[in-house]
Design a protein around this ligand. Structure first.
Ligand code: ATP
Ligand code: MG
Length: 422
């Protein structure tokens, strides 16, 4: 993509009404735009990052046997009354139709839709297990929405739901999903900082599990067991003062962001919808359920909280909007322009994702500082001084190298195959 054609521009200053680093950097660099508190538009650069994250998650969900669907955002009140959550869910956006006076909910999660949905198709033990997921926008009337992408009033979630004959089958699948989550967080560069965290399991299970990423930007407090490399959350520490796995009482307190969670729902949402199946003997049993969420906006915001420096964002390669930021410095000089155009074309022909700063009205200084702000992993500069070579610098490193075009393309193509970064 040519930067001269991009309809967005970087800003000189971070927005005054944002405190969170992720929002300040993402808005300043032109990845997102704030519509109102807790509600953002994804701009072209931001949407590319979002789709990278989405695809990493989708691939793992498909590997788990998940079948992708898309459920509506608009829900009938009746489904929410059936589970008791019309009253009990504290951040529900509710409204009434002007014409019919019927009440609706803007979906904050989809147990109330997915359980009656599967009940239309699952009748027998032969129909189980089943796994469905979606990547869809949720609405929550959050009291405070001051953390940029970390806590929105509208945000995207990947929600996977599993349906089983018995708890044993749920337990096995739950373990598998936990392993996939680890892979996902590793892929986006958060592997080392993300802890499996014991959380309250609600009425039906002793524990559920959160995936918490350590950062000072976190709203949650977790307690890490360095022996087991797991953590427990605040609710659990109030009940018991030790590691649920090894009993260690020496736990380290840290701030963290909950990037995902997994939960054994058992019959909590199948029972209210009378969702049962017939076993081998023809007896009716409740369907056993699990649910598994990851917040995509929150994950993207978390990556920025962790991967930035004083100049801007430093995207991990797997989620960067482009692989290469090609800068033509003094592009009015015709040799420079011609060569840069040629390099741009051959990068594209070779399948390298490239943002080409071909702007004629931007100074060298502006181009360099925009490149640092936007944070694409490889900067390739073409100037009067570089001859028929490229001056390559990694965003995360200081050193620069003069490299031939063919050699650079060959190298970049090998990095395309990289997947897990830690
Ligand atoms: P929190 O305790 O942070 O409010 P939650 O327990 O309400 O989270 P869930 O209902 O389990 O979260 O949602 C699943 C996932 O969706 C969370 O792990 C998180 O990644 C994401 N998420 C939840 N609320 C928000 C929000 N307001 N904005 C962005 N992402 C969110
Ligand atoms: Mg919440």
């Amino acid at each position: 993509m040519r930067q001269s054609e991009l309809f967005t521009k970087t800003k000189r200053e971070a927005p005054k009404d944002e405190e969170a680093i992720n929002a300040r950097l993402l808005i300043k660099a032109g990845f997102i735009d704030k519509t109102m508190a807790g509600v953002y538009t994804f701009l072209p650069l931001g949407w590319r990052v979002f789709k990278k994250i989405e695809n990493i998650i989708r691939e793992e969900m498909e590997a788990l046997g998940g079948q992708e669907i898309l459920m509506p955002s608009l829900h009938p009140k009746t489904n929410w009354e059936q589970t008791g959550r019309w009253e009990a869910y504290d951040s529900l956006f509710k409204f009434t139709s002007f014409y019919s006076k019927i009440d609706y909910v803007l979906g904050p999660t989809h147990e109330e839709i997915v359980s009656p949905l599967l009940a239309k198709f699952v009748f027998s033990y032969k129909d189980l297990p089943k796994y469905v997921f979606q990547i869809q926008n949720k609405f929550r009337d959050e009291k405070r929405a001051k953390s940029g992408l970390l806590r929105g009033r509208e945000f995207f979630m990947k929600d996977l739901y599993s349906f089983h004959r018995d708890e044993n089958d749920l337990d096995k699948y739950y373990e598998k999903v936990g392993k996939s989550y680890e892979k996902i967080f590793k892929s986006v560069g958060l592997g080392k900082l993300t802890y499996l965290t014991f959380a309250s399991g609600g009425t039906f299970s002793k524990y559920s599990h959160e995936f918490q990423t350590l950062t000072p930007a976190g709203e949650d407090i977790i307690y890490i067991c360095d022996k087991c490399k797991i953590a427990i959350n605040k609710e659990i520490i109030e009940e018991q003062n030790n590691c649920p796995q090894c009993g260690n009482k020496n736990l380290r307190e840290e701030k963290a962001i909950e990037v995902g969670n997994i939960f054994k729902l058992k019959t909590k949402y199948s029972a209210p919808f009378n969702f049962k199946y017939k076993n081998e003997k023809g007896e009716l049993n409740d369907v056993i359920m699990g649910c598994y969420g990851i917040g995509l906006n929150r994950l993207m915001g978390t990556v920025v909280e962790i991967y930035h420096d004083e100049k801007g964002i430093v995207w991990p390669e797997a989620v960067a909007p482009f692989k290469v930021h090609l800068l033509s410095v003094k592009c009015q000089v015709s040799g420079v322009r011609k060569f840069a155009d040629k390099v741009y074309n051959s990068l594209q022909k070779n399948g390298v994702e490239v943002l080409y700063d071909d702007r004629e009205d931007a100074s060298a200084g502006e181009k360099f500082s925009d490149a640092d702000l936007i944070g694409i992993p490889y900067r390739a500069v073409i100037s009067e001084k570089t001859g028929n070579k490229l001056e390559i610098k990694k965003r995360s490193e200081k050193k620069v190298n003069l490299t031939g075009v063919k050699e650079f393309i060959k190298y970049i193509r090998t990095t395309n195959k990289l997947r897990y970064y830690e």
